[in-house]
Design a protein around this ligand. Sequence first.
Ligand SMILES: [Zn+2]
Ligand SMILES: [Zn+2]
Length: 354
Amino acid sequence: MTKLPDTMKALVAYSADHYVLETDWPRPVAGPGEIIIKVEACGVCAGDVKAKHGAERFWKDFIIAPVIPGHEFVGHVAELGEGVTGFAMGDRVVSEQIVPCGKCRFCTTGKYWMCEVHDIYGFRDRVNGGMAEYMRLPANARTFKIPQNMPIEKAILIEPFGCSKHAVDRADIGLEDIVVISGCGTLGLGMVGIAHLKNPKLLIALDMQDNRLEKAKEFGADLVWNPGKVDVVSEISKITEGYGCDIYIEATGHSASVAQGMAMIRKLGRFVGFSVFGAPTTLDWSVIGDQKELDVLGSHLSPYCFPAVIDWIDKDKIGTAGVAKHILPLEDWEKAYQMAETGADGGFKVILKP
Ligand SMILES: [Zn+2]
Ligand SMILES: [Zn+2]
């Protein structure tokens, strides 16, 4: 066995405006039950970009720095701590973004994704992320093997599409439902593919960018509309005899999409809120009770979703082509963050390779 180096290359976030590509950062070492992976690649998430912009909520209440960002990683097992079972050197793995404490009320009742401690890779120093050459998966990590031959452009989507699956699970789609998914970024596209597997009566995708809508169509949307060009609320009304859609999944993170959803959803409908918002949403709350008696459901992370998503991606049961097409070296992290933010070149997911 070749000895691993003592130091490594790593992107380190010291504060919102102070990110440094360190070249001799200490390499993590596997303690009991822990796994060290050699990172193959790491996707840049909207959450990473928001943290870089100093989203107040993140830096005040959540981030513990200095920290290595990145929770959308794929890697190979490079060191096994004492007592690790089920994994061997060289295994190709992914890990859910939360590392459960295992002790809180949520963890002990199987609701680990809402863990009170809430250690998420890439946001806290004790769970450093994948924008580095090596990474430590703690003993409580929820780690899964993936096929060695799965192209990295597909494998990198396991984590985001895991979150997509949870949102679709929450929506509880039935065969008779008219489902609207608002927002066709990486996560929204994952939702389109997975909602399509549920075979609803009609699957409609909304986005302000036509290239994203084309992708949604390719991944299984029956209709795609650009709210910047058509009055989507009246279009829904037209095709539902004025009733409205049965289910609305919000995946844009913009307040306007929340109001739009509340306007187009039918009475007794289901609204799934997934996104992280940059600003508060103002709304006449009576739509939820007095006017429509809605089920408003939240969705967070990807509990119990990875095994199915790995299988679907591997077998091409859900669309992945062209979602992650830009692969940059870690040295170009700044450019990658910029591309992730602006969606440059019609790309969706930007991948960094350490
Ligand atoms: Zn993410
Ligand atoms: Zn916990």
